[in-house]
Each structure stands twice: as C-alpha cells, then as structure tokens.
Design a protein around this ligand. Structure first.
Ligand SMILES: NC(=O)c1ccc[n+]([C@@H]2O[C@H](COP(=O)([O-])OP(=O)(O)OC[C@H]3O[C@@H](n4cnc5c(N)ncnc54)[C@H](O)[C@@H]3O)[C@@H](O)[C@H]2O)c1
Length: 396
C-alpha cells in the first residue's frame, strides 16, 4: 500500500535548507506545502528554486512561523533556522501535534534540553535531530564492529570538528536578515549589523560538539556523565580581531567507563582530512583500534594487537563515507552521502509509529555535554556533571 505524503513546513530557508532539499525532495512521502523565514525574501527565493525542481508547483512563503502554522495544515516541520532559537519553535509545533526535526546542535542551554524532552514526553510527537555523520558508511562499519564485540572493551573515543573558513557569515544585516560573510572586525561597531548565530556561537565553538559526539556515542553506547573543557582565549589568532576561541577541547567520561576527547574550532587553518574534510575520529579498544585519516595524505587504518605480546599490525583500510551500495542520489548527496538518512528515518518513524534513531534523549545527550563544556571552559576547566534526561527526578 502506498504511504501518504507528509505535509511539511520548512522553518529557516537559507543554505542548509537548500542543500537538504536537493535530496529530500526525492523522498516519495516528502511534500513541502509552506516555508517560512524571518527574512521573507529568503523563503521566496527558496520556493522559486524549489519550483524549478518540482515542475512549477508553488507554495506560500511566510515571514512568521506562527502565521504559517495557523494557516497551514502540517504533519511535520523541518527546522533549519538559527539553532539557538529552534527549541521554542520545536516545542510549540509539538504542542500543536506537529512532528519535528531540528538541526544540530539540538539546544544551547540545559533549560532548552529540558523543554525539548518535556514536549516529546507530553505530546508523543516524533522528534529527531538531523545529525547525519552517524550515517557515514565507515561509522556504520565501526558501529557494527562494536556490536560484534570486535573492539573488546572500548576504553577511549576521540574526535574533532575543525572547520576553517577564511570568512564565516559572522554578521547579520538588521534590516534584511542577510548574513555577511566577512572576517572584518569593524562590523562589531557598525550599527546596521548584529552578530549572526555563528558570530555569537564561535566564542565557544565547543557548542558544535554534538556533531562529533553523535557518531562516537552511536558506536560506544552509554551517555556522557562528566565533562571538563579547555580552550584558547576568545580573541582569535587565526581570524584576528574576532571574538572567537580558535579551539576548545572537551575531556569527558561516559556511563560505560570510556574516556572521550573531542575538540571543535572554526577560525584557524587546521588542515583537511581525506573524505571527511573537517571531521576526524578514532576509537580504541582492548582488542582493536580504528582511526580515520588524519590528513589528505593519510588513510583510514585499523590496529590489531597480537595477544600476549606488545606487537600488532596497522592496516590501511578502504573505508568510505558514502555507501557504495546506496542509490546514486543518496550516495552523491551533501556531506559525503549522509544527508538523506535523517529524513528517511524521521518519515519512517512517523509512518510506523516507531522511535527515530536520533530521538530527543539521544539528541540532548549530545547537546548537554556541549553546553556544559562551554560553561566549564568559561570557568577555567572545572569538572561538571551532565544530567540524566532519561531518568529525571530519580536518584542515581
Ligand atoms: N548538520 C549539518 O551538517 C549542518 C550544516 C550546516 C548548518 N547546519 C545547521 O543548520 C541550521 C541553519 O544553518 P544555515 O547555515 O542555513 O544558517 P543561516 O544563518 O544561513 O540560516 C538561518 C536562516 O533561518 C532564518 N531564521 C532565523 N530565525 C528564524 C525564525 N524564528 N523563523 C524562521 N526563520 C528564521 C534566518 O533568517 C536565516 O535565513 C543551523 O542550525 C546549523 O547549525 C547543520
């Protein structure tokens, strides 16, 4: 039996929304019926582009989310607006009976994490965070190796998201909502501009830790219970004059007795990696270690120790990001062929009343350590405890 199309509203129609839509519109149950952006012309631009993809069909653009949900009958909203305002929209939508996908990072305060969990528990709506790197083929391979016990006891997981751009969209035109891609610090004093969400968040780039924790925790299991973080000062060396920390590194501990080290930064030339660009990972177990390529002249590799000796073998591996067996539009999609998977799982969860893989608990279990890491760094690296959102109100 053919499954019904979902009536979808988009919130925030800038670059991320455009790139997702290129593969999402090929899902047979995905039907965009409205789009909104506080900068209305962006919603209009989006729908114009979309029209050419879908053969002339147009939908109403809105400048206001509330107006859109009042006027349109929606099954789901996909939120790709400023990440630090997305929780209020997500919570409101769920209380209207609308399923929700939000972007990574899911939340920017512990209070927002609580609100998101409350909304899902109270409404029963489907919520998913659209973090996609956990669907890279090599991450799936590592996850399957862990499930088969091939690592032995995992003791350490490490990763980084170090994404340098010479000029990020750090400022926003107050009137038009357009972002200015610049590294010119004189914009701080320009009354026509305010810092964009990136401009605000890059003081503590570790807020983007969820992008790295999502795939790592999908391999190790467990939840982060303790976090401490160090960073350089919030006065960029790589992009002089901008109030950014070029790097922050969180040291964490999880409920399965595993140590994690994860860093993030956006404003210094860190060096790209093969296939994954700005992302890198390693996992160490008692029987095996795996590591992604550290640079574009390196390869992914696996170490297998010889039991009872201090010897072992490093082997170059041909792991990939895209799944060679996936359909071409998925394989060739953005972010190494990973972008389509969150939507696929979200729609599947709605149609079959199942829990999506990146559900609200999994999402806040990546967001809360990031929030506390930023706090820890601001307080010189103090050790902070991460709340357990699955067992709220229960004593440990
Ligand atoms: N998963 C990934 O790999 C990935 C990659 C890029 C961006 N992202 C996430 O996607 C989101 C958007 O990123 P972007 O680069 O497109 O950002 P952007 O700043 O270019 O776009 C955000 C858009 O949201 C609009 N907006 C802001 N507040 C709004 C509101 N209340 N209602 C409706 N629209 C609103 C803005 O006008 C803007 O057009 C962010 O959460 C970001 O973290 C994720």
């Amino acid at each position: 039996m053919e499954e019904k199309k979902l009536r979808i509203g988009l919130v925030g129609t800038s670059s991320r929304c455009h790139s997702l839509h290129e593969s999402y519109h090929l899902h047979p149950q995905y039907e965009v019926v409205a789009a909104c952006d506080t900068a209305l012309h962006k919603a209009e631009d989006f729908l114009e582009t979309f029209k050419t993809i879908t053969g002339g069909k147009t939908y109403k653009p809105y400048s206001c989310y509330e107006e859109m949900v009042k006027n349109e009958k929606l099954d789901a909203v996909l939120i790709t607006c400023d990440p630090d305002v997305q929780v209020d929209i997500a919570v409101d939508a769920m209380h209207r009976g609308i399923h929700v996908m939000t972007e990574v990072p899911a939340a920017f305060s512990i209070e927002q994490c609580e609100k998101l969990v409350d909304a899902v528990e109270q409404t029963g709506c489907k919520y998913q965070m659209q973090e996609q790197t956990r669907y890279w083929k090599f991450i799936r391979d590592w996850r399957e190796m862990a499930a088969r016990g091939e690592f032995g006891k995992i003791i350490y997981a490490e990763g980084e998201y170090l994404h340098f751009e010479p000029a990020w969209d750090a400022f926003m035109d107050r009137k038009t909502g357009y972002r200015e891609w610049t590294s010119d610090p004189s914009y701080y004093a320009n009354p026509n501009y305010v810092p964009s969400w990136r401009g605000r968040c890059f003081r503590n780039p570790i807020f983007y830790l969820p992008h790295t924790l999502s795939p790592l925790l999908s391999i190790t299991g467990g939840r982060i219970t303790k976090v401490s973080c160090m960073g350089v000062k919030a006065d960029s060396y790589g992009t002089p004059g901008m109030a950014y920390r070029d790097i922050q590194n969180a040291l964490m501990y999880n409920s399965d007795d595993i140590v994690f080290s994860v860093r993030a930064g956006f404003t210094s030339p860190y060096g790209q990696k093969a296939q994954t660009g700005a992302h890198w990972y390693q996992v160490k177990g008692t029987q095996r270690s795996v590591e992604w390529a550290r640079s574009t002249i390196d390869t992914p590799k696996m170490y297998t120790p010889v039991p009872g000796t201090h010897d072992g073998e490093w082997k170059a591996m041909d792991w990939t990001c895209a799944d060679p067996e996936a359909e071409a539009f998925i394989r060739e999609g953005y972010h190494g062929g990973a972008d389509y998977y969150p939507l696929m799982h979200f729609i599947d969860a709605i149609n079959h009343d199942t829990t999506p893989p990146m559900d609200v608990y999994t999402a806040v279990e990546t967001a809360a350590p990031a929030i506390l890491a930023a706090q820890s760094c601001e307080q010189g690296g103090v050790l902070l405890e991460v709340p357990d959102f699955r067992n709220r109100g229960k004593k440990a």
